[in-house]
Design a protein. Structure first.
Lengths: 113, 111
């Protein structure tokens, strides 16, 4: 049981390039999330999904897009990378119920230069 | 004002010390309060969970919630070098599926 798997672990992008951060979960959870973590800033919600085919913006969605075609996968797309998107990105999933915890992947470290 | 305030530290203590980590919040709708622990280059993992006000104890860890003051705490007794990590408080409302995180406090326990 792998939980939440994120790929790649590291990536360096040039300004203006695009890339997709992959996230897959084997916990059969409906809720999935993308967070970014910057030093001293905690976790900021980018996008979330309450089930396949349903996505919505979080706190910091600008510059990102998501899709959710299956329960397992929730990729995050950066179309025109900017230095402000240098961060560590975490994908998470959560079961139904208000008291269900978030299960995180181990993150993707992205640098945009 | 941020919804959740947490001092990012760093906090450095000697082995065996009692550690107190704290968060304040502004949204009175929050009912679920969590502490996540994050080791370097890893994702956060749930450490403690409390519903509404009160205390919860799990081994060397105690979580306290004071809803009247909008203040939550995590106490670590007999701290160990293996407790060195970033501790993030988190909270959510009943029926809500969004979790709001504090900035995280980086803790160093020196042997």
């Amino acid at each position: 049981n792998a939980g939440v798997t994120q790929t790649p672990k590291f990536r360096i992008l040039k300004i203006g390039q695009s890339m997709t951060l992959q996230c897959t979960q084997d916990m059969n959870h409906n809720y999935m999330y993308w967070y970014r973590q910057d030093p001293g800033m905690g976790l900021k919600l980018i996008y979330y999904s309450v089930g396949a085919g349903i996505t919505d913006k979080g706190e910091v969605p600008n510059g990102y897009n998501v899709s959710r075609s299956t329960t397992e996968d929730f990729p995050l797309r950066l179309e025109l990378a900017a230095p402000s998107q240098t961060s560590v990105y975490f994908c998470a999933c959560k079961g139904d119920g208000s008291n269900s915890p978030l299960h995180f992947g181990n993150g993707t470290r992205l640098t945009v230069t | 004002q941020k919804e959740v305030e947490q001092d990012p530290g760093p906090l450095s203590v000697p082995e065996g010390a009692i550690v107190s980590l704290n968060c304040t919040y502004s949204n009175s709708a929050f009912q679920y309060f969590m502490w996540y622990r994050q080791y370097s280059r890893k994702g956060p993992e749930l450490l403690m969970y409390t519903y509404s006000s009160g205390n919860k104890e799990d081994g060397r860890f105690t979580a306290q919630v004071d809803k009247s003051s909008k203040y939550i705490s995590l106490f670590i007794r007999d701290s160990q070098p293996s407790d060195s990590a970033t501790y993030l408080c988190a909270m959510s409302a009943t029926g809500g599926f969004k979790t709001i995180f504090g900035a995280g406090t980086r803790l160093f326990v020196k042997a």
